[in-house]
Design a protein around this ligand. Structure first.
Ligand SMILES: O=C(O)CCC(=O)C(=O)O
Length: 263
């Protein structure tokens, strides 16, 4: 079954991202809501899922959870088979495999993300497609994504020391806000520049991000998380402050809080 008509394929090629409204039904969104809440209640671990926290006006809150798929049956089924995998494979023009997954919570007052491309943070494979699932509604006020349409065909753009698009270049790019409602998905490749503001609303803006690569490039998911864990344990020792990041690139603009300091 195809999820995309020729017009959607054209939009994808032209813009480098594609929104499909109501990809998940109201009932499915109900499940996703429950699962995101369940995962957010898991205690921090040093060897399974990863939680990241940030300071907000309401105190420390989760900013991100990742590596949860092996530990959650419902999420695992939804992201490793079925319609998300199918639509990503269709865009990839070959079968896809999960590379990484995360939930970005962006609670009220939660930080935004500087203009960046994902490719510098996603090592081992050259190209990825991410499927964003809007669990809450994301608006300009609550911190939806902004894209620079068509700029996915230029390789790395003005990559700075943070791994982001240099602010001077980003400031003259044309940015389009892409709000999403619960159940909408937004597909984007790893070279499309994007950014998002802080959440200035009173509501959480929870979004699931599922990133895939072509099966022909191999299955890198475990290696990705082992490498990230290793890198962050080195950052914690090397005095570089990079352990304050939530990714190998320094795109997150919130103020991170170490979970050891939460209680
Ligand atoms: O969730 C957001 O607002 C943007 C996230 C993002 O671009 C990222 O995590 O790389």
């Amino acid at each position: 079954m195809s999820y995309l008509n020729p017009e959607l394929h054209r939009d994808w090629k032209t813009n480098g991202y594609l929104k499909i409204p109501r990809f998940f039904s109201t009932e499915e969104v109900g499940y996703l809501h429950t699962w995101v809440s369940e995962i957010s209640c898991w205690e921090p671990t040093s060897d399974k899922w990863m939680h990241h926290y940030e300071s907000t006006p309401d105190g420390p809150r989760l900013s991100r959870s990742e590596n949860f798929v092996p530990y959650h049956t419902g999420m695992k089924a939804t992201v490793t088979r079925g319609k998300v995998l199918d639509v990503v494979s269709e865009l990839m023009t070959e079968p896809a495999v999960l590379y990484k997954e995360k939930i970005n919570y962006k609670y009220p007052g939660g930080g935004g993300y500087a203009a960046h491309q994902d490719a510098p943070a996603y090592e081992f494979v050259d190209y990825h497609i991410t499927c964003l699932i809007s669990v809450d509604s994301a608006t300009a006020k609550s911190g939806c994504l902004y894209f620079a349409p068509g700029r996915h065909q230029e390789g790395f753009i003005a990559l700075d020391e943070k791994g982001c698009v240099a602010p001077k270049t980003a400031s003259v790019m044309k940015w389009i806000a892409v709000p999403t409602a619960p159940g909408d998905i937004l597909l984007f490749g790893s070279y499309i520049p994007h950014k998002s503001p802080a959440n200035r609303s009173e509501q959480p803006r929870r979004i699931i991000y599922l990133t895939y690569n072509a099966v022909s490039q191999g299955d890198w998911r475990e290696k990705y998380y082992a490498d990230k864990r290793q890198a962050f344990s080195e950052y914690a020792e090397d005095g570089s402050n990079r352990d304050k990041q939530i990714s190998k690139i320094a795109h997150f603009q919130g103020e991170t809080v170490n979970h050891a300091n939460l209680h």
